[in-house]
Ligand binder design. Structure first.
Ligand SMILES: [Fe+2]
Ligand SMILES: [Fe+2]
Length: 178
């Protein structure tokens, strides 16, 4: 069942911490300004991004924009750090009332809707933060679009190259599994 999978995934997410060796690898990909953003993510969020990043480093050749996007895709979450119970709330809301979860996400990040707003809007916030840190246009676009579910392409207003869409698909697949 999807929810059981999500619950197990959530438990791993809540307890994970980044490995020092992985952080060293990230430093090879990110500029100091980007690394500063990355380190503001919560430890479990860093571990999640590093897991995707590690998988994208193989096979060669690697795409640098994709690696940067993998590390920074959730960086918008530093604006409003999620509490553990809010992560649980998101999983439950998305499992049982997916359309409502999207609707609640259009509000301001306050009160009980806050976790859904973060879930819906962190991609846009992250893209803006990444842009200010001097990130490439392709990586910014990947960050901005990473939450547009593969089955919701009609909600994507961005006209982009098919190469970029392939990168986005790889990122989303790993993001969903990690
Ligand atoms: Fe995300
Ligand atoms: Fe993610």
């Amino acid at each position: 069942m999807r929810l059981r999978y999500r619950a197990r995934q959530l438990w791993h997410a809540l307890t994970a911490t980044p490995a020092p060796a992985d952080l060293e690898l990230a430093r090879q990909t990110l500029s100091p300004a980007q690394m500063e953003l990355f380190l503001q993510l919560q430890p479990n969020e860093q571990a999640h991004s590093l897991q995707i990043y590690r998988q994208l480093r193989e096979p060669k050749p690697v795409d640098e924009d994709l690696l940067v996007a993998a590390l920074l895709h959730d960086v918008g979450k530093i604006s409003y750090p999620l509490r553990p119970w809010e992560r649980v709330w998101i999983v439950i809301g998305k499992a049982f009332l997916p359309a409502k979860a999207v609707e609640w996400g259009q509000a301001r990040p306050r009160g009980w809707k806050r976790p859904f707003v973060i879930a819906e809007q962190h991609a846009a916030w992250g893209a803006d933060l990444a842009a200010r840190a001097g990130t490439s246009p392709t990586a910014i676009s990947l960050i901005r679009r990473h939450q547009l579910a593969l089955n919701r392409p009609e909600s994507d207003p961005v006209v982009s190259t098919s190469h970029e869409n392939q990168l986005l698909q790889r990122l989303q697949l790993l993001d969903d599994e990690s």
